[in-house]
Structure formats: structure tokens, C-alpha cells
Design a protein around this ligand. Structure first.
Ligand SMILES: [Zn+2]
Length: 367
């Protein structure tokens, strides 16, 4: 959606002017005359006439990925996404007066899940594969996080889920300093991402992976879709020191850290849920070779593993909307996964939540 409150936050992403005029079709800049059209449920605020060196795979292959990402319908926040979402609410302490930015919102699911808890939820992403529910509940902007179309200090809070690991270092620096710019002094920013650091609890994680591999070998399921999803991870912040240094560099002060050692989580993801998907996602009255002929919109074939997982997810979503026993079973599994945060949250590992703060401006009174 494009609510009126959104316009008050904006500045021109091309020239930085706040002198914007709301028109029938969108917004126009009175200073540089750039025009930013309103599209179906969002404002196009990409900087004009700027070439960025790095473009995310989600932008360059938007059409191609649209089918695989299966982005339109939202399930309730459960499993790994549920753990992230519960941590987001707890660590960022969202309030009804907050204006909040989800920078790199993807299909907008985290923004949509929390939109009713805050005064205004804004989602920005260069790709526009937004979920239907996000279009209904979130103020959506197509924009580039290196040049955010918002004036300084407009947001009380911001968050970034599964974003940093996709960017090279120079993009991370620009992303963090832009986020710091649009936060108000004292405003807080939650990041969930991962470094290359192994967990000290890795042997426990490996045990689940090993078990998962036995099922793959037996043909029960595969990890094709996961492999595709993780294929553009760069992890330029390779160590925890790199993370802290990048935050300092952007003028952001760490206030809270929780690591996610995926002990319970990897058992759930590599074994429990994949077994569930293999059962729920079986194609009905359809030979496997026919199901494998399913294809994306541009005709590229997608594998049976991907097709099966999407089918499983679609069937599950229909059931989950009814909040029946399946929903509560998955909520229980989500809470089981969240034990990883409570039990092992202080043990340094690759996956982390960090809350950073933009320092208040200190007035130095000298006698
Ligand atoms: Zn302008």
C-alpha cells in the first residue's frame, strides 16, 4: 500500500531534495525533476540515472526466480522464519507508536507479520516480488538500500533479516550507513545474518546433516531448493569481529547479541521437516516423471525436489490458515527450535542477531 504517512518520510533518492510533489501518478522531485511512479501497491523510488556496480540475483533474475520463490502467499511465521520473527519482536521491542523500516524486505513477510503492532511499517527492496498480504498492510517502496529515499532520522526502528550475507563489503558499508542515517538518534536496528564462523556445537549440527544425507541417499527427499536459495551468499563479513567493525564504521553501537547455534534447528530442518514434506508433498496420482516436467514461467524446468517442496508448502498453507492441529504442531516445533537461542545464545557461532543503536546526539557543554 502507499499510505499518506509514507510521503512525509520521503526525500528524492536521486538528488536528496525533500521538495517532492505528490502527483496523480506518484511523486515528482521539484529540484531534479525526476518522476517516481506509483505502481500496483508500491512506490517506485529507485534512484534515476545511477548505475550500481552490484545487483542482487533477486533483481537480475527476478522473473526467473518468481516461480521458485513462491512469494505471493504468506504462511503464518513458523519454523525458522518463526524463530526469526519471535526474536525480532522480542529484541526490537516494537511499539504502537513506532515507525519501522524493513530494509531489504524481500516479499515483505516480516514486515507484514508485524505491521499491525506499529504505527507505520515500511518495506523497501529493489525487487518487487511482494506478497499479497504485504501489499495490503505494508507501505512498500521499490528502492536501493545504498541510496534510501527517506529523509534523515525518520525511523524509530529498522530491521534487516537475511540481507547482509548477500552483499560485498562496499555495499554493506553503504547499506549500514544509509540505515543509520534514516534512524532517529536513539533509534535501534536489528540485523539477522551469518558469518563464516563455525559453531563450537558443530558436531551436534553435523549429526543431523548426516542423518539428512541418509534420507537423500535413500531418495526420500533432496535439498535442491535450499541449494538454489543459498546460491548467492557472499558472507563478506566473515568473522564476528568483521560484523562489529562494520557496525562501528557506520556509527552504530551494539546493545544486544544473540547467536543462533542450530542444534535443535538443524535436526528439525534436515530431518523432521523434510520427512514431513516428503509425505505431504507427494504428487497425487501423478508419476514422478510427469511432475518433473513442471516448469517456471519462462519455460525453464524446475526439478522434482523443488516442485515437491512448493506443493507441500502450498498444501500446508491452506491448512495453517485454519489454525488447526497442524498449526499448533508446527508452533510447538518452532518453540523447540527457539530453544537454541535460549540455551546456546551466548555461544559464538555463524548465525547471529545483533541490535545496534544510533547514539543520541550529545551536547558538550564546556565551562
Ligand atoms: Zn531530485
Amino acid at each position: 500500500m502507499v499510505p499518506y504517512d509514507l510521503y512525509r518520510l520521503l526525500r528524492c533518492p536521486t538528488c536528496g531534495s525533500r521538495d517532492l510533489i505528490v502527483t496523480d501518478g506518484g511523486v515528482a522531485c521539484a529540484a531534479c525533476h525526476a518522476e517516481y511512479p506509483r505502481r500496483n501497491g508500491y512506490l517506485d523510488l529507485m534512484p534515476r540515472g545511477v548505475e550500481f556496480g552490484y545487483v542482487s540475483k533477486y533483481v537480475s533474475e527476478e522473473e526467473e526466480l518468481a516461480h521458485e520463490l513462491d512469494y505471493r502467499d504468506l504462511a503464518p511465521p513458523l519454523l525458522a522464519a518463526g524463530v526469526r520473527n519471535r526474536a525480532l519482536r522480542r529484541l526490537l521491542d516494537l511499539r504502537p507508536t513506532d515507525i519501522v523500516l524493513d530494509s531489504g524486505c524481500g516479499n515483505g513477510r516480516f514486515a507484514a507479520w508485524n505491521a499491525n503492532r506499529v504505527r507505520l511499517m515500511v518495506g523497501v527492496d529493489p525487487a518487487t516480488l511482494f506478497a499479497d498480504e504485504a501489499i495490503k498492510t505494508v507501505a512498500l517502496v521499490q528502492g536501493d538500500a545504498r541510496r534510501l529515499p527517506f529523509a534523515d532520522g525518520m525511523f524509530d526502528k529498522a530491521f534487516s533479516i537475511d540481507v547482509l550475507e548477500h552483499f560485498p563489503r562496499d555495499v554493506i558499508d553503504a547499506y549500514l550507513s544509509e540505515t543509520a542515517r534514516v534512524l532517529r538518534p536513539g533509534g535501534r536496528f536489528l540485523v539477522f545474518s551469518n558469518t563464516r564462523e563455525p559453531s563450537r556445537l558443530q558436531p551436534l549440527v553435523e549429526a543431523s546433516r548426516w542423518l539428512g544425507r541418509q534420507f537423500v541417499r535413500a531418495g526420500v527427499y533432496d535439498f535442491e531448493r535450499e541449494a538454489r536459495r543459498k546460491s548467492d551468499h557472499i558472507k563478506a563479513l566473515a568473522t564476528w569481529e568483521d560484523v562489529l567493525e562494520a557496525m562501528r564504521h557506520a556509527g552504530l553501537r551494539p546493545v544486544r547479541v544473540v547467536f543462533w547455534n542450530s542444534v535443535a534447528t538443524s535436526f528439525v530442518e534436515h530431518v523432521l521437516m523434510k520427512l514431513g514434506e516428503a509425505v505431504v508433498g507427494r504428487s497425487r496420482r501423478e508419476a514422478p516423471h510427469r511432475a518433473a516436467a513442471a516448469s517456471t514461467d519462462d519455460g525453464a524446468p524446475i526439478g522434482e525436489g523443488t516442485a515437491r517442496e512448493i506443493r507441500a508448502r502450498q498444501r500446508m498453507r491452506a491448512r495453517l490458515q485454519r489454525r488447526g492441529p497442524v498449526y499448533y504442531a508446527l508452533l510447538a516445533v518452532t518453540l523447540f527450535m527457539e530453544l537454541d537461542l535460549w540455551l546456546f545464545g551466548r555461544a559464538r557461532s555463524g548465525s547471529y542477531f545483533i541490535v545496534v543503536e544510533k547514539p543520541e546526539v550529545r551536547r558538550l557543554i564546556e565551562d
